[in-house]
Design a protein around this ligand. Structure first.
Ligand SMILES: [Zn+2]
Length: 375
């Protein structure tokens, strides 16, 4: 066998293992059908995966075709443990998961300072505590943070943590005795939606998160596309809108970020309110707050329509801690989505999914899972 064929087979073996991890137990013939390869090739592909215990054969069951008994192939999710850690400016959110990112344990610790040394110490104590509570050793730890992360190594710029050029992965790896993986938090959230969440079963989808910042993740034909860190944060969505701190009129940050919504509502009602109070006012029907939230939701709808237009992706998942504006002002959101439609077709599959910090921490776990599976 040539080296090239070897590499190609290893790549296909990996695809088979991931397909079974993501979509559940399958027979050899169903793997073959899904991937368009012959049963003989499937048998060759799965042999090394069975030998190395990545896959196991489950109990035999009768298949529909030819009435024969067949063994399904599956992973053993409970054999593995991952810890996912999501850093925010307030707290460290950590979860323990199995190989399919099911949460088995969790802990949240408030941060008293954003000094790198302090945050690292907190992450270490969280990992130590969760490891001590678990019955199995931890295979890998994934850490995510808002901001620009380069090469999975360095937090190059995190406005949330006030960090620049922090080589966080190597610092943590020196502290923890397990492999450590690092990435941007929206990348992690996109990864978990892709394999084990709202994007599973869709070959393409986009994720837009709104909150203190704006996040954007994209998967096309099952491949996660690098979206950088701020490609959508300053995308123009309202030519007559407010200004962001960079002086852009009506960009996403100016129209949709929680800080900008809070200050716009504060301005129209004449006294300062926070984001959640601004939402409460809109919920209770205060017309001044309603008008601000409507405008923000319309802007979000325009951004979703733009993503769909530019990428051809139908399924757009809206999330983030500010996503409540999408349900408070659902009509305005839809107006924004369909504003430039030229015919009455429902071509968008827009879903609003609030996600707690545990889900972001699961995303961090999936950063570790995707980097280490199959071993
Ligand atoms: Zn801007």
């Amino acid at each position: 066998m040539s080296i090239e064929t070897d590499t190609a087979l290893a790549g296909l073996s990996r695809e088979v293992a991931i397909d079974i991890l993501v979509h559940g137990a399958q027979t050899r013939s169903s793997v073959g059908r899904r991937m368009g390869i012959s049963p003989a090739t499937v048998t060759r592909l799965v042999r090394p995966l069975l030998d190395s215990d990545v896959l196991v054969e489950t109990e035999a069951y009768r298949t529909a075709e030819r009435g024969r008994n067949a063994f399904a192939l599956d992973v053993v999710p409970g054999r593995y443990r991952f810890i996912g850690v999501k850093l925010t400016a307030d707290s460290v959110y950590a979860v323990v998961t199995d190989l399919r990112a099911s949460i088995l344990d969790r802990v949240t610790v408030e941060l008293s300072s954003l000094e790198v040394a302090e945050v690292v110490t907190t992450v270490r104590s969280v990992v130590d505590e969760l490891s001590a509570r678990g019955a199995r050793t931890v295979d890998a730890v994934g850490v995510t943070v808002g901001g620009l992360v380069t090469d999975g190594e360095v937090v190059a710029d995190s406005p949330f943590m006030h960090w620049r050029d922090v080589p966080l992965r190597s610092i943590l790896a020196a502290e923890l005795n397990v492999p450590v993986y690092l990435d941007n938090d929206v990348v992690g959230l996109t990864k978990v939606q892709h394999w084990f969440g709202e994007g599973t079963g869709h070959e393409s989808f986009a994720l837009i998160t709104i909150g203190a910042g704006i996040g954007y993740g994209l998967v096309i034909n099952h491949q996660q596309i690098p979206t950088g860190v701020a490609p959508i944060s300053h995308y123009p969505v309202n030519p007559g809108g407010r200004l962001c701190s960079y002086g852009h009129r009506g960009c996403m940050t100016a129209m949709v970020s929680s800080g900008s919504i809070a200050s716009a509502v504060s301005e129209v009602i004449g006294h300062p309110v926070g984001f959640s109070e601004a939402l409460e006012l809109a919920r209770s029907g205060d017309p001044r707050a309603v008008s601000v939230i409507d405008e923000s939701a319309r802007a979000l709808g325009r951004a979703a329509a733009a993503v769909s237009t530019m990428t051809g992706v139908r399924r757009i998942i809206l999330s983030g801690e500010g996503v409540d504006i999408a349900s408070i002002a659902a009509e305005a959101l839809q107006d924004g989505v369909s504003e430039f439609d030229i015919r009455e077709v429902d071509h968008h599959d827009l879903v609003v999914r609030p996600m707690a910090f545990d889900e972001w921490a699961r995303g961090a776990a999936v950063v570790a899972i995707q980097s280490s599976f199959p071993a």
